[in-house]
Design a protein around this ligand. Structure first.
Ligand SMILES: Nc1ncnc2c1ncn2[C@@H]1O[C@H](COP(=O)(O)OP(=O)(O)OP(=O)(O)O)[C@@H](O)[C@H]1O
Length: 380
């Protein structure tokens, strides 16, 4: 069976038409004065889903999260959680907890007291509270730090305290606003996997806001890519990467080459585009744009082959060029190849072997080529 990317788990309630969404944004708009931060947005999130809101700064993702938490009220539209319309429910009565980027830990309290804080406020009996705190300390691997103050902890440990505190009250939904923003790259990657394990073992619904696309791809079951208060695409990380629905998403996520041109062949078979950079692209991608219309084609650098010899069928999906730049990144090498039209193509290849027979060098004449199903047709 062919699939877009490796499948992380078989969990996919959004493909089941009978599955009820756990959180539903229905035509939600939020205006601040005459500025529209969230624009008639509808979105479904399912129980036990790890959902990411991804977008550039100012696209409205935090506002969406804050409306779910109850810190902001929608100007119009509805937010439904577990069958209940949340309008009029104050933040503290929502089965939702929010973890902020700053963590907002109490500096004068120990880790244990920080975690217990919300439970104490709720008047939980002492025995039950002690048991819950012990459980959270264990879950967040903080047992040995229980009596330390936040300033005696590393960034990663502080992040785990904030997480344990937000989970202590057992919310149905945990909202995370840039949860790993303060951690360095290595720790961030480790923590991403911890977060995924925790979410799975607790069986909770997590909604995370991030502007880090790699992070969203790693942790989320599905991603909503947002722009200007709207959702542009909602899909699994592999679909977002391999089958972006628009030029915006193709360009926003990962590296991409976009070729523009005019459609010369269309219909039930493959589409052919005479691209401005002087060659013909034949794509098996779905969609049959009108002959003569303009179209784009998006292809990721790793789907492009670089060779000295012409590929077997050089009349389509192949172009001659010159190696202009080579970026050695360790795990892979990125080539910038200049076509005669002046267009640059990015191609990348994995350095699966330590030694390379007859390596490429600058200024070499090469061919770039790719498969018919290597990229997607862009209609916008
Ligand atoms: N209380 C407010 N009053 C006026 N404008 C606001 C208010 N809160 C947010 N905005 C505006 O709404 C837009 C969306 O803000 P939001 O915080 O949701 O963006 P974001 O996508 O989370 O960005 P970032 O990644 O920078 O946090 C921004 O242009 C912001 O300036």
């Amino acid at each position: 069976m062919k699939s877009l990317g490796n499948i992380r788990r078989t969990f996919a309630p959004w493909t089941d038409p009978s599955a009820k969404p756990f959180i539903a944004f229905k035509n939600v708009t939020k205006r601040f004065g005459d500025f529209t931060a969230v624009n008639d947005l509808s979105l479904n999130i399912y129980h036990r889903e790890f959902f990411a809101l991804l977008g550039a700064s100012g696209c409205g993702k935090s506002t969406l999260l804050r409306m779910l938490a109850g810190f902001e009220q929608p100007t119009s539209g509805e937010i439904v959680l577990d069958g209940t319309d949340l309008a009029g429910t104050p933040p503290y009565r929502r089965p939702v907890n929010m973890m902020f980027q700053s963590y907002a830990l109490f500096p004068h309290m120990t880790v244990e007291k920080n975690i217990a804080f919300g439970l104490k406020q709720d008047g939980m009996p002492k025995d039950e509270m002690a048991e819950r705190v012990a459980q959270m300390l264990k879950l967040a691997k903080l047992e040995q730090f229980a009596s330390r103050k936040p300033n005696q902890l590393s960034g990663g440990q502080r992040q785990r305290v904030a997480l344990a505190r937000s989970l202590a009250k057992r919310p149905k939904v945990l909202l995370l606003d840039e949860p790993l923003g303060a951690l360095d790259k290595k720790l961030r990657e480790e923590t991403q996997f911890e977060l995924m394990d925790l979410q799975q073992s607790l069986g909770l619904t997590f909604v995370v806001v991030t502007h880090d696309q790699e992070e969203a791809m790693t942790i989320a079951d599905r991603i909503a890519v947002m722009s200007h208060g709207k959702v542009v695409q909602v899909a699994t990380p592999a679909e977002i990467y391999e089958a972006p629905n628009s030029r915006f998403v193709a360009d926003f996520i990962g590296d991409v080459n976009i070729f523009d041109g005019k459609v010369t062949t269309s219909g039930s078979g493959p589409t052919e585009i005479a691209v401005d950079s002087g060659f013909t692209i034949r794509t098996a991608a779905a969609g049959s744009p009108a002959i003569g219309s303009t179209a784009g084609f998006a292809i990721r650098p790793e789907k492009i082959r670089v060779s000295r010899a012409a590929p077997a069928n050089a009349s389509v999906n192949a172009a001659k060029g010159e190696i202009w730049d080579i970026g050695y990144l360790g795990d892979m090498t990125v080539f910038h190849i200049k076509l005669p039209s002046g267009k640059f193509v990015r191609a990348s290849s994995l350095n699966a072997q330590r030694f390379v027979e007859d390596p490429f060098t600058y200024d070499q004449d090469v061919w770039v080529s790719f498969d018919e199903d290597g990229g997607v047709l862009l209609k916008d």
